[in-house]
Design a protein around this ligand. Structure first.
Ligand code: THG
Length: 368
């Protein structure tokens, strides 16, 4: 199956699109109404390279929702059950965002500039509208808008080496999910140790689209002998690592407890956030289903385009939401939403895939 993408203003390009296309991007997906590369060489080649070297990723689709004003901190805490009370000004927090019924609206990274200014680095849903609606409804003194910020990720085992060459030794002192403002050319960017892979690395929040290509070019020039390549979030690697994909592995129909994000609900019952009562109720009775790592037997399966029903004998106990063949583990690695009644590790299940019925097993943990 080969298709083309029809371009228009509605499907936004990014500040790095000229670099991505000159490098020969082979496929895109659409995320937050913007282009997200998914393949450069092929998914398996990109996967091995990511685990061995260093890649530069155009993740501009991680759009920022900026909260600015005297009520920014109050609004930010209304949005999430994670307790933000002790968050330092150089920290980034992975925060579940839920509606009044406890349903997941997004699973972004929050960046605190100071009490009056925050960025929410969003997954694929129109979160800005919800945030602005809440601000208007509650009569808060805060601006809510999408700033001209485009994240560029540097991921892989050689990310520290490459980043040092462009931003200096200060990069080594940035701890996991912390950020520092570092100079580049005549400007400076927030650089965080974070990113949508388990291989380590950084995200550079590029402020001002005009700075995109100069930074892209500087990274490729500095990294030639490190075998730097353009890359993108890799389906195989992110499933092995258990990194969730909003819209795929969970939707508004799921709660943070179902998604395994209970450990981020540190403010449950303590702070005032939308969905507090619903979350409290669920904490008492426990989630009815949970995200689980699954392996699926036999030959390589094509990626899932729909949820695949999962059975224990004749009883449906859930669905597989993401799947890929893992060259390193020589099995199909998958993420599924499985009934809590059936979450015994090792449970033998059956999954109905477009390529037929397969044996599936709940794994004790994700692969890396
Ligand atoms: N970085 C930034 N923005 C993002 C993403 C990102 N926006 C979209 C999407 N990714 C949001 N979803 C996630 C999912 C997982 C993580 C971050 C954002 C993540 N999780 C780590 C984990 O699960 O191991 C660590 C979480 C923690 O310990 O705090 O990194 O990638 N800017």
């Amino acid at each position: 199956m080969t298709h083309y993408v029809s371009h228009s203003r509605r499907l936004r390009a990014t500040p790095f699109t000229p670099g991505v296309e000159a490098a020969g991007v082979k496929a895109y997906t659409v995320y937050n109404r913007m282009l997200l590369p998914t393949v450069f060489e092929d998914v398996e080649y990109d996967y091995h390279h990511l685990k061995q070297h260093v890649q530069v990723w155009d993740v501009s689709v991680e759009r920022q929702v900026e909260l600015a004003g005297p009520d920014a901190a109050r609004l930010m805490q209304m949005l999430t059950p994670r307790d933000l009370g002790r968050m330092q000004e150089d920290q980034c927090y992975y925060v579940p965002i839920i509606n009044e019924a406890g349903g997941m609206l997004n699973d972004p990274v929050a960046i605190k500039h100071d009490a009056d200014r925050w960025w929410i680095s969003i997954a694929d849903s129109d979160l800005r509208l919800w945030v602005r609606g809440l601000a208007v409804g509650a009569g808060l003194d805060v601006q809510v808008f999408e700033p001209d910020v485009s994240p560029l990720a540097v991921q892989g085992p050689k990310a520290d080496a490459l980043m040092e060459r462009v931003f200096g030794e200060a990069v080594h002192n940035i701890r996991f999910f912390r950020q520092k403002r570092l100079g580049f050319g005549g400007t400076s960017f927030i650089v965080a140790r974070s990113g949508y892979s388990k291989q380590g690395g950084f995200e550079i929040y590029v402020e001002g689209a005009e700075h995109g290509m100069p930074l892209w070019e500087a990274l490729f020039e500095a990294g030639a002998d490190l075998n730097v390549r353009p890359g993108c979030p890799n389906l195989i690697e992110r499933i092995e690592g258990g990194l969730l994909s909003y819209g795929n592995d969970m939707t508004e129909a799921n709660t943070p407890l179902e998604c395994g994000l209970g450990k981020f609900c540190t403010g449950a019952g303590k702070v005032d956030h939308v969905g507090r009562a619903a979350l409290a109720r669920e904490l008492e009775i426990g989630p009815k289903q949970k995200i689980r790592p699954l392996s699926i037997a036999d030959a390589a399966l094509l990626p899932a385009r729909t949820a695949w029903p999962l059975f224990d004998g004749a009883r449906q106990v859930g669905q597989v939401t993401s799947c890929a063949w893992s060259p390193d583990f020589q099995t199909n690695v998958a993420i599924g939403m499985v009934s809590a009644a059936c979450d015994a590790t090792g449970a033998s299940l059956t999954v109905i895939t477009p390529e037929g019925r397969r044996a599936a097993r709940i794994e004790p943990h994700f692969w890396c």
